[in-house]
Design a protein around this ligand. Sequence first.
Ligand code: ATP
Ligand code: MG
Length: 198
Amino acid sequence: MLKIGLTGGIGCGKSTVSSLFAQLGVTIIDADDISHGLVSLGQPVLQQITQMFGSEMQSANGELNRSALKAYIFSNHDAKKKLEALLHPLIFQEISNRLNSLTVNYCIVSIPLLFETHAEYLVDRILVVNCDEQTQIERVQQRDNLTLNSIQAIMATQVCATFRTTHAHDILDNSKNNTTLAEQVKKLHDFYTSLSLS
Ligand SMILES: Nc1ncnc2c1ncn2[C@@H]1O[C@H](COP(=O)(O)OP(=O)(O)OP(=O)(O)O)[C@@H](O)[C@H]1O
Ligand SMILES: [Mg+2]
């Protein structure tokens, strides 16, 4: 089975690209979804997070208080490292488990921090979705209502666009509209299908 690792900077369009591949019938494994599942209500990891960082990391209904955790790790580098050390191996293990259970020709594994977490070993090819920085910032501002400063701070924790493109096997340009993106995705889908059968 051909494993395509999908990555890209914040707001460049990974989730949008995943949906387009899914619409073509492609199986998607999404690291963000796995991560959300790990910290969902009643999961042991949620207990570990509150043990490490305090009960204020849980909302009154017992769910993860995402904004409290985000704010805490944003201002505390050691806490960020501790959280990553807890979550990343579990996420990668779950990705491997899901990959092992698949019986398709090819699949997409969406890993936003693929390069930053050195997860290249999980996949056969790397697909990077890019868009120009101004568009990227505008889309994140619109979606998340974040300040320019906070968006730039997040971008500073990620590898730069040049690094991504020089380490990609395939690149999608998402600077234009959704139709243009969908056309590129269809071409890549045909390419990956033929590659997986060869
Ligand atoms: N071609 C496009 N035209 C207009 N809006 C777009 C386009 N592609 C994506 N968007 C919008 O930009 C925002 C970011 O896209 P998306 O959520 O797919 O990015 P992402 O890479 O998954 O982000 P994150 O890193 O936060 O997970 C979303 O609101 C999405 O609807
Ligand atoms: Mg996303």
